[in-house]
Design a protein around this ligand. Structure first.
Ligand SMILES: [Zn+2]
Length: 140
């Protein structure tokens, strides 16, 4: 299928062919669908990956838009943002049509030290068909 982009720009093409931060395909074939082209993530895992990528790219608008209204922070800044190093999905369990959990490990570096964030996140699908992050439980 042809790409919908009508005027490909040589300046952005190089970076868009880079591997997606979430560890999937090229960014353009992976999370760019959700971050830049407005596609609806079909599963909580796809949404989780796209949110990780949004953290890497410091895309606050996307993160807030994919956060359940009742747990969403008012604003999001990246002043103390760590350097994200990679994402590993450990499990994905959809309990019914509108609820799912994703367990993952995200590696990051802060102050020169490497750390791991091991979390089980809960997601719900709203009436608009979009998955949103509710909250997560940390392991360790
Ligand atoms: Zn991705």
């Amino acid at each position: 299928m042809a790409r919908p982009q009508s005027s490909p720009s040589a300046t952005t093409q190089d970076t868009e062919r880079d591997a997606c931060p979430c560890g999937g395909l090229a960014f353009d074939d992976c999370c760019a669908r959700y971050l830049e082209r407005g596609d609806i993530a079909p599963t909580a895992e796809a949404l989780m990956r796209s949110r990780y990528t949004a953290f890497v790219r410091q895309d606050a608008a996307y993160l807030l838009d994919t956060w359940a209204a009742r747990t969403r922070p008012a604003t999001l800044d990246f002043d103390d943002a760590p350097q994200w190093l990679g994402l590993q999905i450990k499990g994905h369990r959809q309990s019914d049509e509108t609820h799912a959990e994703v367990e993952f490990v995200a590696r990051y570096k802060v102050g020169g030290r490497a750390n791991r964030l091991h979390e089980r996140s809960r997601f719900e699908r709203s009436e608009d068909g979009r998955w949103r992050y509710i909250e997560g439980d940390l392991f360790d």
